[in-house]
Design a protein around this ligand. Structure first.
Ligand code: MN
Length: 254
């Protein structure tokens, strides 16, 4: 009887946590209600791997099928599985509730590295897949308010691309490049190590704010096709950037 009651309390708490987590990532990614319906991240209180919004070969020839398949089904899956394990092992007194990404990223400096690395890995990759799409027949550049903001901040789209690619080249080892909207409404290119991101309250995260664009520069994102040539991978990636998604992140739809 007591065990049943404890199970029930545990399951209820997980369910509440699940709703909060889904809501949190949906809000953080797009502020759009439809995002959560289209991209369920949870199943029965645990994180699950979100389906890609396109086929593994959809980004060819810019990003190859095998890289996408391994990156999504092996690497991202491992972050999801290890995040679930890290959450179970986490000190509830430190983590508190709800178990949202927001809460985890707020307290990340006090949490164990496994939770920092794998929650970051899950969040970053979920965002990264959404920020790509099959290439258009010609050209690929931002439009609307985002295009205006890029021009105002960086002078031109070409200059922005140059600075973003440079940030990717300068990131030593593994990490991410970001375009971030800061709380001061500034628009800044930055990079983070490993699976850290601009939402994490860490001294080592130099620019904090809302990610608008995310680029994975870990070798696992490009080694099969580009080997050691990270610059080639970044040059290819511009063809498959989903600028509509970036625009949604930049000026969230209600
Ligand atoms: Mn990756």
């Amino acid at each position: 009887m007591e065990n049943n009651r404890r199970d029930f309390i545990k399951k209820s708490a997980l369910a509440i946590g699940a709703i909060a987590i889904t809501s949190s990532i949906g809000k953080a990614l797009t502020n759009s209600e439809s995002f959560e319906k289209e991209n369920p991240l949870l199943d029965g209180g645990k994180y699950t791997l979100p389906a890609l919004p396109y086929a593994y070969d959809a980004l060819e020839p810019h990003i190859d099928k095998l890289t996408m398949e391994i990156h999504h089904s092996k690497h991202h899956q491992a972050y999801v599985d290890n995040m679930n394990k890290a959450l179970q092992a986490a000190d509830g007194n430190v983590l508190g509730s709800p178990q949202t990404f927001e809460n985890i990223f707020d307290k990340v400096a006090k949490l164990q590295p496994a939770l920092r690395n794998n929650a970051g890995g899950h969040y970053n990759h979920s965002m990264f897949w959404q920020l790509m799409r099959p290439a258009k027949s010609e050209g690929n550049s931002p439009e609307g308010k985002l295009a205006e903001a890029i021009k105002t901040e960086f002078g031109s789209f070409e200059e922005f691309k140059k600075q973003f690619a440079e940030a990717g080249m300068k990131r030593f080892g593994s990490g991410w490049v970001w375009l971030v909207k800061t709380p001061e409404k500034k628009f800044v290119i930055t990079s983070t190590a490993n699976q850290d991101n601009p939402l994490m309250k860490l001294d080592s995260v130099e620019v904090k704010g809302v990610p608008v664009l995310a680029l994975d520069v870990w070798e696992h994102a490009y080694y099969l096709k580009n080997q050691n040539k990270r610059a080639d991978y970044i040059a290819s990636w511009w063809n498959v950037v989903n600028w509509e998604m970036a625009e949604n992140l930049f000026s969230p739809v209600k």
